[in-house]
Design a protein around this ligand. Structure first.
Ligand SMILES: Nc1ncnc2c1ncn2[C@@H]1O[C@H](COP(=O)(O)OP(=O)(O)OP(=O)(O)O)[C@@H](O)[C@H]1O
Ligand SMILES: [Mg+2]
Length: 224
């Protein structure tokens, strides 16, 4: 069983303490719900895990071993992926190009990703997220919910061990949300550990195995 652990994590932005001695644990094949009111520091904590922010103190352990995550490439190396609350897409580029951006290092000159052609990969991901759009369609022409699915699809393109989903359903319709839950279920089956941030309690009852609460920058409790 794999395990990802953050411990003693603190972070301040220009003197304002946002996180203080926070601990978080997620096991492979389970969903940890991360709760906390607006501004509690949930996204900040997750961006420390993806190397976007640097913690002022604390450490990250994978399977009990301390790891250094100083940038996004380090996070990828450890199989940590994130679906951002604010979409990180280029509206004037196609779906396929958006999938490619940031994943370039996995592709060689002929567009192969781990032995498979880009187009095949994109088509199979679009099928997985149930998005009936052509890979050449501009992302800016899609609805917000569809764009969120593209963001999710992008994170599925590579092998992940741990997946962070920061309010992924905020812009999704009910049927798109159902599709996401199916994806989460299949990721769980594949042994992926998921950190799921949402303010929608009914979702958490459905998909979360454990819950952690952030309050005033501190870790409150962990349990079912
Ligand atoms: N880059 C930054 N520079 C300065 N302050 C920041 C930065 N990012 C976040 N903060 C501040 O840190 C605090 C925590 O923000 P964060 O976005 O992590 O909260 P959150 O729990 O994700 O909230 P929400 O539920 O609204 O998404 C807030 O007070 C926010 O204003
Ligand atoms: Mg947030």
């Amino acid at each position: 069983m794999g395990q990802l652990k953050m411990q003693g994590i603190s972070k301040a932005f220009s003197g304002v303490q946002v996180l203080q001695d926070v601990e978080l644990v997620v096991e492979s094949g389970t969903v940890l719900a991360l709760l906390g009111e607006n501004g509690a520091g949930k996204s900040t904590l997750m961006k420390i895990l993806t190397g976007e922010y640097e913690a002022s103190s604390g450490q990250i352990l994978i399977d009990g071993e301390p790891v250094q995550i100083k940038n996004v490439d380090d996070a990828r190396k450890y199989g940590i992926g994130m679906i951002h609350q604010e979409l990180n897409l280029f509206p004037n580029l196609s779906i396929a190009d958006n999938f490619l951006i940031g994943n370039e290092s996995d592709f060689n000159k002929s567009g192969f990703l781990e032995g498979k052609k880009l187009n095949e990969m994109v088509a199979s991901v679009l099928k997985r997220i149930n998005l009936a759009r052509h890979p050449s369609e501009l992302v800016g022409n899609l609805g917000i919910g569809e764009q969120q699915l593209v963001e999710i699809g992008k994170s599925l393109l590579r092998e992940v061990r741990y997946m962070i989903m920061d309010e992924p359903t905020a812009a999704l319709t009910e049927s798109e949300t159902e599709r996401l839950f199916e994806i989460i279920e299949s990721l769980k089956q594949q042994g992926v550990g998921i950190i799921y941030i949402s303010h929608r309690m009914e979702e958490l009852y459905r998909i979360a195995d454990y819950v952690s609460v952030l309050r005033d920058g501190r870790f409150m409790r962990r349990g079912t």
